[in-house]
Design a binder for this molecule. Structure first.
Ligand SMILES: [Zn+2]
Length: 404
């Protein structure tokens, strides 16, 4: 019994410490007494937790605040620079690895192609990238751990990639494989789950508790935050948004079914529609000039530039994307009633036209009470979104930051 109680006490102390650290991070510079007031803890508890946080270099004292009668209070700030974290982002085409401070700012970054590796070859490649990167890291002692994010289904609790059909990774225990090689605590999560966490920790949506985050790239996925926590589902496979049906008996999907959203709105689908428009139908488009008549130069940025020039062919293709995507978003909105739907991906970047049209299209399809509440925004994470995603996963796993 005694041991049980000591265990509980330790857990409570750790939780308090995390909450206090989170308040300092979000509201600093802040005094000990203000912290105690905000989270309703005794001043003694706050003082002893802050003492530990200062010892660990996570918090530092910085100046004094305004006195309300007595001594001027010492102010505390979060220190992101005494520790580092390693972030590893795996996509179908590249592996990005970076050494970061605790705010997800990259100190050193390397990008490797995936060389179309699949299965065991891909696992070996990932382990090799991590080992090579760490080999060049001098200050390994202050490293708080490694965070890996990847598309597909992930058992985050055990750090296992359960299912990634594009890279042919099935039941890969990546956490233990990396920990064996590096002896650093490792965290693994699905990329869309990581990005919804990142919006909450580092982005503009930190006060929202119900978020739907949709990624559109080669695949289409979603991360869901419900009442401040990532909603993972029974097997961690929640958010397989790309495999929701938008066309009955439609295009065959690699998942074995037909009519899945992914095949209508992902980049390969858009790319092939542009190519068909130009080559088969001989359509006139600003893209031909933009790509110097070389179809290999058609990238998502070209698509967005053409949208912003109101190009007829590209606008038609985008309308189709909106038509399919809005069906799926409408269904998700009815199920989850998110406060905001956040879209991310190269075709969303700088694409205000798409966001506006998407919002109108979804609003026109939902039940009346939701119509003027539809809020669709572009991600606030910026170009290094994957790295912020990895940082958010490690924050969540290690420091258990709470949402305010
Ligand atoms: Zn599918």
């Amino acid at each position: 019994m005694q041991r049980q109680r000591t265990g509980d006490l330790k857990l409570i102390q750790e939780l308090n410490r995390s909450i206090i650290l989170d308040v300092i991070r979000k509201k600093g510079p802040i005094s000990r007494s203000e912290i105690a007031k905000i989270i309703d803890l005794s001043p003694t508890t706050v003082t002893s937790a802050v003492y530990e946080l200062i010892q660990e270099g996570l918090v530092y004292e910085d100046g004094v605040g305004v006195s309300n009668g007595g001594r001027k209070p010492v102010l505390l700030r979060f220190n992101p620079n005494n520790h580092t974290i390693i972030g590893l982002s795996i996509s179908n085409s590249m592996v990005k690895i970076a050494d970061m401070n605790l705010e997800g700012e990259a100190l050193r970054k390397e990008i490797y192609p995936t060389y179309q590796y699949q299965g065991q070859e891909m696992v070996d490649h990932i382990l090799e990238v991590v080992e090579q990167f760490l080999f060049k890291k001098a200050d390994i002692d202050n490293c708080q751990g490694i965070s890996v994010i990847t598309p597909g289904i992930v058992d985050a609790q055990n750090g296992v990639i359960t299912y990634n059909s594009k890279l042919k990774l099935y039941d890969v225990p990546l956490k233990s494989l990396i920990e064996e090689r590096t002896h650093l605590p490792t965290y693994v999560d699905n990329d869309a789950n990581a990005l919804v966490l990142a919006e909450s920790y580092f982005g503009s949506f930190s006060t929202y508790k119900d978020l739907l985050f949709i990624t559109i790239g080669d695949g289409v996925g979603a991360g869901m935050m419900v009442n401040g926590s990532v909603f993972r589902g029974f097997m961690g496979s929640s958010g397989e948004f790309g495999h929701t049906t938008v066309v009955q008996d439609g295009v065959r999907c690699e998942c074995g079914q037909t009519g899945c959203l992914e095949n209508y709105v992902n980049w390969p689908a858009i790319y092939s529609k542009i190519v068909t428009g130009i080559m088969t139908k001989g359509r006139d488009t600003v893209i031909t000039e933009m790509i110097d008549h070389n179809l290999n130069n058609i990238h998502p940025k070209v698509f967005v530039d053409a949208v912003n020039q109101d190009d007829e062919l590209v606008m038609e293709i985008m309308e189709e994307v909106i038509r399919y995507l809005s069906i799926a978003i409408k269904n998700a909105v009815h199920l989850f009633n998110p406060e905001v739907v956040i879209l991310s991906g190269d075709i969303i970047q700088n694409n205000v036209v798409l966001l506006e049209k998407m919002k109108t299209s979804v609003a026109n399809q939902v039940i009346p009470i939701l119509q003027d509440k539809i809020n669709i925004q572009s991600t606030s994470l910026g170009p290094e979104f994957e790295l912020l995603g990895t940082a958010a996963v490690i924050f969540h796993g290690k420091f258990k930051f709470q949402l305010s």
